[in-house]
Design a protein around this ligand. Structure first.
Ligand code: K7E
Ligand code: CUA
Length: 637
């Protein structure tokens, strides 16, 4: 305990850095970083992409929140991505990026991330670095233990943090205990396309399901979820959910679940959830509402779920690269408890149960524990692995990262973080093949680390070199939003697949204009569709007449460029949404309702060429009752 306190009282920000640290993070101008890091944006709802070791910000990918910079959630094509059973939702709280895996290794195809508030999972395509799909999770409240993948991305998972009535209904909150439920959802990921479908839900007791990780190697076929509030308290949880000595890690045998599903042992219950897909050919997202879900009841499905008693309100659950060790990071516990998967199987075999909860067998704790890391620090949250037999755990309260040996459970190194570290990330650190060169600590509090910026200070990431015996702090950089979790991957696994532009002849957008000779303005009642093209350095047409006050105007802009890194932007004066930022070969649509007569300029918003400033035009807006005919032109045509 005292070791931890000493660390926490360390408030100096002058950590001694060795003189060659700068060279370790210096990536010369024009050179590439060694790793991509995908860092959650937390309450920004987005995903940011950094290069490591430089800490350079490469891109912010809009996922769950509208993004005016890219027009995401504002242009007509991407608005359906943010559709849910509650209608259009322009924000969420994103926690855990998770890279797709093949054979337990990151494969660089997709990165998934959860939306916590309005339960959703998004899939980002790593050839385009765009959000390709979002699926809502039915009958859940707070999709936190998500979207941790299985070894071959058979599934990504979603566990409800908040128990809720299942299915949702009006009832007294005081009747929580025994009546609220926790759904653990397995989302099938189609092998080639990556398309997600809710495969089934496991209907669990009304605990809080905090985090998850799937088994690998010998534990492949299982997924582990931490629980807290096994007390089933519905008020003042800081007291009510901290009563029990132990909560559980719920071990779900999803291969068994597949058998039960195949045998028809599920119930189909009504649900209502959105499934949104962005089509790369049409450049348009569509949203479909799904109406039912298959559910398995553990009490009726022997062998599907076991509880592993784990002290005390465990937060992260992390599985080592071999799949043998399951680390429970008990937030309120003085020690770290590590379970053995082999012992778990033995205990199941021998029926070494310590009773049951809601029909789910509780394994005897002393029969499944592999080892205890004794008093490593205060407030353990998350653990990752370096692939060399070491584990690294973050301690929120004592603000440090502690390195310990898997198997002997001895602490071998510790280093402060500045301050209050949450997750940590080692590239591949939750896979079978960690690339254990760097570790990134994701910190909540940064006071005194950067120039003050008023009451709000950015969160931060800290980069450590873990290639030697001692961890070494290299770099400290601010992040966007709150970086809960992050994932990293060798640049080579991603960059070779990166798309440079969309082939224009494959553009199937219903309102695409594939050649300048096809530009036009079409009136359909009070709807006006402007089929416009952009190429350096003009928008075509650039003189438009015949639009009237009260019309519904759609600018369908196609970028005719067929070269890397030549987007064109577009906006029109008085537009109430955001710009378009159209990639080469893509079509995007800006909706505009002109409110007042006049002549309004529009222009390209992205400095695309020497004559970018000339990339402009006018649209004339006449009174609602005028008879100015629809006309369009560019140059003398
Ligand atoms: Cu620990 Cu949401 Cu994964 Cu934040 S969670 S730290
Ligand atoms: Cu196109 Cu600026």
């Amino acid at each position: 305990m005292f070791t931890g306190c000493k660390q926490s009282s360390q408030t100096s920000n002058n950590s001694a850095l060795s003189s060659d640290v700068a060279s370790k993070v210096y990536v010369a101008p024009g050179e590439y970083d060694e790793f991509y890091a995908f860092v959650s944006g937390g309450f920004s709802g987005q995903l940011s992409v950094y290069g490591l070791p430089s800490g350079r910000l490469l891109k912010v990918i809009p996922v769950f929140s509208q993004d005016a910079e890219k027009g995401y959630g504002y242009n007509e094509e991407t608005i359906p991505m943010l559709n849910t059973s509650f209608g259009f939702i322009p924000w969420d709280d994103a926690h855990h990026p998770e890279l797709s895996q093949t054979d337990g290794e990151t494969d660089g195809r997709w990165v998934f991330i959860n939306g916590n508030n309005t339960p959703r999972i998004a899939r980002i395509d790593l050839s385009t670095f765009e959000t390709a799909e979002i699926i809502e999770i039915p009958n859940s409240g707070g999709n936190h233990s998500s979207p941790f993948t299985t070894e071959n991305t058979e599934y990504v998972v979603a566990g409800t943090r908040f128990a809720v009535p299942y299915p949702q209904k009006d009832m007294s909150i005081k009747e929580y205990k025994g009546n609220f439920k926790g759904a653990l959802t397995f989302i099938d990921v189609e092998k080639e396309s990556g398309h997600m479908e809710v495969a089934f839900q496991v209907l669990m007791p009304g605990f809080n399901y905090d985090l998850a990780h799937s088994g690998k190697g010998k534990s492949h076929g299982w997924t582990f979820f931490t629980t807290y509030n096994t007390e089933e308290s519905n008020t003042l949880l800081e007291v009510g959910a901290s009563q029990n000595d132990k909560d559980y890690i719920a071990a779900i045998n999803w291969k068994k679940a597949e058998e039960y599903i195949a045998e028809g042992k599920f119930k189909t219950i009504p649900a209502n959830y959105a499934h949104n897909i962005y089509d790369e050919k049409t450049h348009v997202a569509t949203s479909e509402m799904k109406k039912e879900v298959r559910v398995l009841d553990p009490a009726e499905c022997p062998g599907l779920v076991y509880f592993l008693p784990t002290p005390k309100s465990p937060h992260g659950v992390d599985v080592d690269p071999t799949g043998e060790y399951i680390v429970g990071n008990g937030k309120l516990s003085a020690d770290l408890t590590v379970h053995s998967f082999t012992k778990v199987l033995q205990a199941i075999e021998n029926k070494s149960f310590d009773g049951e909860a809601y029909g789910i067998p509780i394994l005897k704790m002393d029969e499944i524990v592999a080892g205890i890391v004794e008093q490593p620090g205060l407030g353990p949250l998350h653990t990752e692995f370096d692939g060399k037999g070491n584990a690294y755990t973050t301690f929120f309260i004592s603000s440090e990262v502690v390195k310990w040996k898997v198997g002997t459970w001895e602490v071998i190194d510790r280093i402060p973080s500045y301050y209050s570290v949450g997750h940590l990330m080692i590239p591949g650190g939750d896979s079978k093949k960690p690339e254990g060169k760097y570790l990134v600590a994701l910190n909540k509090i940064t006071k005194d680390r950067y120039l003050p910026t008023g009451p709000e200070l950015n969160h931060s990431a800290q980069l450590y070199d873990i290639s030697g015996d001692k961890m070494e702090l290299l770099l400290d950089f601010p992040t966007i939003g709150e970086p809960h979790y992050a994932q990293g991957i060798s640049a080579g696994k991603v960059m070779s697949k990166s798309k440079k532009f969309y082939p224009i002849d494959e553009n199937e957008h219903p309102h695409a204009t594939k050649s300048e000779s096809d530009v036009k303005v079409v009136r359909e009642g009070n709807i006006v569709r402007i089929y416009m093209t952009a190429i350096r350095s003009h928008l075509n047409p650039d003189n438009i007449e015949g639009v009237k006050v009260g019309d519904k105007v759609y600018f369908h802009l196609t970028n005719l460029e067929q070269d890397w890194d030549v987007p064109h932007g577009f906006s029109v004066m008085g537009a109430q949404n955001a710009e378009l930022l159209v990639m080469p070969g893509q079509t995007e649509t800006l909706y505009w309702e002109p409110k007042q007569e006049g002549v309004y300029p529009f222009y390209c918003t992205d400095f695309c060429s020497a004559l970018h400033q000339e990339m402009q035009g006018y649209v004339r807006v006449s009174p609602a009752n005028s008879d100015v005919p629809v006309k369009w032109a560019m140059g003398d045509d």
